[in-house]
Design a binder for this molecule. Structure first.
Ligand SMILES: [Mn+2]
Length: 269
């Protein structure tokens, strides 16, 4: 039996209004909820108070996904970077106010002019993470960085990128392993082989190895049997968040059965 906690990201409800999403939080079949601080669900003081009340009623615990629309922490433009970091700091503050267990951060990405400034983007990515980490530490918020596909120009995609990051900084920052993203580059197994001890949070969804489709678990080509076996092998005991946009309750149920076959979905909470 695995002691990992299985939760769900509100990504799939991003098309709903914030209030509608909040009203349904008690019906997600898990106590473990990831709030996406972006789009229609962008956090505010009032929204944080509302979420805190709902968390009390349903005994929920939150993780917060940092905003990522139009945000690039490796931006070559000082002006744009400052705005992005300000927005991220606001999100960190709300994660703190929500007593969130973790704040999930996307790494920076290359831009259309990166080829002229080799390594400047990587350097800025590391500096921005260091800056945000210091702010998070001050607030007492845990931060971890998610692997994002290189095909979408992101700078931290493979275990090698994360190893380089760890060589260049001394930050004790963990990895959010996004299984769908890693699958696009056949990196799921390499992440577990090389960095299992750094993985502090997991996003799951499925795809066919081509596009980041965020399909339900079992609807693409990710080998979830191997995944479940590996989690048991490495004794993973932290959160696994379903980040599918379709078949969400079914994905949650499948994972619960894979990891705790002798328990019912509700007991597994
Ligand atoms: Mn993800």
């Amino acid at each position: 039996m695995s002691s990992a906690k299985i939760g769900v990201s509100m990504l799939y409800r991003l098309g709903d209004s914030f209030n509608r999403m909040v009203k349904r939080l008690g019906t997600e079949n898990t106590r473990c909820i990831e709030i996406l601080d972006d789009g229609a669900h962008e956090l505010s003081k009032t929204r944080v108070s509302l979420l805190r009340e709902v968390a009390k009623s349903y005994d929920l615990e939150f993780t917060v996904h940092a905003p990522f629309a139009d945000i690039n922490i490796a931006s070559p433009s000082r002006t744009i970077l400052e705005v992005a970091l300000k927005r991220l700091e606001k999100s960190l503050y709300y994660a703190h106010a929500l007593d969130a267990m973790l704040w999930v951060l996307h790494p920076g990405a290359k831009t259309g002019i990166s080829q002229f400034y080799p390594d400047a983007g990587w350097k800025q990515n590391v500096e921005s993470i260091e800056e945000l980490y210091a702010k998070a530490e001050h607030l007492g918020v845990n931060v971890a960085i998610e692997n994002l596909p290189a095909k979408y120009w992101f700078l931290m995609s493979s275990p090698e990128d994360f190893c380089r990051f760890y060589r260049e900084t001394s930050l004790p920052i963990g990895i959010v392993l996004d299984v769908g993203h890693a699958h696009l580059e056949s990196q799921v197994q390499p992440f577990f082989d090389q960095l299992a001890d750094k993985i502090v949070h997991i996003h799951v969804s499925d795809n066919h190895g081509v596009n980041d489709d965020h399909l339900g678990v079992g609807y693409g080509t990710v080998d979830y049997d191997w995944f479940a076996k590996t989690l048991k092998k490495v004794d993973y005991n932290q959160r696994i968040i379903v980040e599918s946009c379709t078949h969400v309750p079914e994905s949650l149920q499948k994972l619960m059965l894979m990891l705790n076959p002798e328990q019912s979905a509700f007991d597994a909470n």
